[in-house]
Design a protein around this ligand. Structure first.
Ligand SMILES: [Fe+2]
Ligand SMILES: [Fe+2]
Length: 138
């Protein structure tokens, strides 16, 4: 069994969310490996990074849908998702043009994602759990 890459303090307790976060952390590790394995050729790294960008967008949509389903406020969280998605898209453009500092980008992305989970997703998970508890007891 593959070990989870999600730090314990970032586990939210919402199983689907934790599984998706784990998948995204695994993908970030693969992107990093690909870029560092062959430094002159960024083709595979770029492919994996675009896949990661798509999966991030799908994950953001999933969180938004869960919040909507249970009437959990999501405005600021959605704006943060949009900022992160735009950042990744911009970086893909820079990599294509050869103007991106890839090691710095990957460290930054991981930190950024970790702090997003800590600041937004852990709170969202608690709100989802509370709301679904209310719904079940109603
Ligand atoms: Fe998330
Ligand atoms: Fe999120």
């Amino acid at each position: 069994m593959v070990q989870t890459l999600v730090p314990l303090e970032l586990m939210t307790g919402v199983q689907d969310m934790d599984a998706q976060h784990d998948h995204l952390f695994q993908q970030m590790a693969r992107v990093k490996e690909a870029f560092f394995a062959v430094s002159e050729d960024s083709t595979e790294g770029l492919q994996l990074l675009s896949q990661l960008a798509d999966d991030l967008v799908r994950h953001y949509a999933w969180e938004a849908a869960e919040a909507k389903k249970l009437n959990v406020p999501f405005g600021e969280h959605a704006r943060e998702h949009a900022r992160m998605a735009a950042f990744v898209e911009a970086k893909i453009g820079e990599i294509e043009r050869g103007t991106c500092n890839i090691p710095a980008l990957m460290v930054f992305m991981e930190r950024k994602f970790e702090s997003h989970v800590a600041q937004f997703d852990v709170r969202l998970a608690k709100a989802l759990q509370a709301a679904s508890g209310r719904e079940q007891s109603a």
